[in-house]
Design a protein around this ligand. Structure first.
Ligand code: ACO
Length: 418
């Protein structure tokens, strides 16, 4: 029997349908609330609002569980490549060998960027933030692939779009890095796998296997994360039927903020500041707890996880392995571990259920791989692109898809006259 929720609004009582997700999540469906009652809902930061029905990613924030299409993130990180997980997230299944080979070759065919995009990247000042350049290059691709600008893409166009954007963003990200270093761009090497090719285009030499594997695992861990700020942005922009390039570029912009993907850069800067300050992290914990001080412990806390972020657990264990394999001793890792332990045993963080998130340890690995701090969020974008594309595709294919257009509670002046 289907469930309902009763809503009592004084003179009126209505029954609202309840939707149950496949993992047991319950949602009160208020789609007809305003039509039936004249009321709207208010939900600051949308923390209680399910904005869509989705088959892609499931999170249980209380238990610290993350699954893509039913597979746990731990399982995927241990056994799958970034390309396989990208296919899983976008197309819905772990690819067969044939599907994987086809995707690899389609991405390779799409790994050259147009000369115009190279010129756009080169037109930026060398010290411009890589996220701004990446976002600009992404939206500029719309001018080079007019066949993907139709309002309603066919299945063939959607199939074409996926390897195209995967190939293009990989090369754009490497070119953005080279530009910042004042170096010439390097063409994609078709002999290499996705992640190795990216590192090759960054550094001009085939990467060591351990380095490529470490980056590949990081990309897997970032592949999707349901309705986070950037995925929601992609959906909102795409809901106006703005094209795919514009939607993904908007996602890159949303990711840039330090409360979202930009936290990976902010964490490393914070750990560096602690080191410069003599290594005592207690002072920074006190600042984070001080309500008069805007400082927050970067890489800590999450809207959904009220327990360990499972991605952070994988990355933390991986940090030790990678640093040992690459023979890198980084004092920032010890500072991060000390900071984490102190915060976890502090009442302030315990009460608010603030745990390390995916960004807390990822920067230490990027740094060990030789990636500069201002490129960290671009690495995140490279990993997240399959998720954005999957969210966008699911949104445009959803039955009854409508433009996203929330309402508001007006609190301004009334009846002014000139
Ligand atoms: N340091 C100190 N206090 C914190 C932190 C933090 N990192 N995060 C949350 N809090 C406190 C808040 O001040 C608030 O305290 P109060 O109840 O006394 O007012 C309480 O915990 C709840 O915080 P909210 O801001 O309501 O939590 P919200 O869900 O809105 O924000 C967010 C989540 C943005 C991730 C937040 O925890 C934060 O700013 N963290 C630091 C930035 C960061 O690491 N972002 C990356 C997130 S993961 C990702 O996007 C990839």
């Amino acid at each position: 029997m289907s469930k309902t929720a009763k809503l009592d609004l004084g003179d009126k009582t209505i029954d609202l349908p309840v939707i149950e997700g496949t993992e047991g999540e319950m949602a009160v469906d208020i789609s007809k609330l305003r039509a039936q009652t004249g009321y709207i809902t208010y939900d600051n930061g949308l923390g209680n609002t399910g904005s869509c029905l989705s088959d892609i990613t499931y999170i249980d924030g209380e238990k610290g569980i993350l699954k893509h299409r039913g597979y746990t993130i731990e399982n995927l990180a241990a056994k799958s490549t970034f390309l396989e997980v990208s296919h899983l997230v976008y197309a819905g299944n772990i690819p067969s060998k044939e599907e994987c080979d086809a995707l690899k070759s389609q991405i390779k065919e799409n790994s050259k960027i147009p000369e115009g995009i190279k010129s756009i990247i080169k037109s930026f000042p060398k010290d411009a933030h890589p996220m701004g350049i990446t976002s600009a290059a992404m939206v500029a691709l719309s001018g080079f692939y007019p066949d993907l600008l139709d309002q309603d893409l066919t299945d063939d166009q959607k199939k074409k779009a996926f390897p195209l954007l995967m190939g293009q963003l990989k090369t754009i990200a490497a070119a953005v890095y080279r530009h910042g270093q004042g170096k010439d761009f390097i063409e994609s090497n078709p002999k290499l796998d996705y992640t190795s090719d990216f590192l090759y285009m960054m550094n001009g030499e085939e990467p060591n296997e351990d380095v490529a594997k470490a980056l590949d695992v990081l990309l897997v861990l970032h592949a999707d994360h349901e309705q986070n700020c950037s995925a929601s942005t992609v959906r909102v922009v795409g809901s106006s039927k703005a094209n795919l390039f514009a939607s993904i570029s908007a996602g890159i912009d949303a990711l840039w903020g330090p409360l979202h993907g930009g936290a990976n850069q902010a964490v490393l800067e914070m750990l560096d500041a602690i080191k410069q300050d003599g290594g005592g992290y207690e002072k920074f914990i006190a600042k984070a707890k001080d309500k008069e001080d805007p400082f927050r412990l970067m890489g800590f806390g999450h809207r959904v996880y009220k327990n360990f972020d499972p991605r952070a657990k994988v990355i933390k264990d991986y940090c030790d392995v990678v640093l040992e394999k690459l023979d890198v001793q980084d004092p920032l890792l010890d500072i991060a571990k000390g900071l984490e332990q102190t915060a976890l045993s502090d009442e302030y963080f315990a009460q608010r259920k603030l745990f390390p998130n995916v960004d807390f340890y990822s920067g230490i690995i990027y740094k060990a791989l030789g990636i500069p701090t201002n490129m960290f969020t671009v690495m995140f974008a490279l990993g997240r692109q399959p998720g954005w594309m999957a969210q966008w595709k699911e949104m445009i294919e959803a039955p009854g898809m409508r433009i996203t257009r929330p309402r508001q509670v007006y609190t301004g002046k009334t009846d002014e006259e000139l």
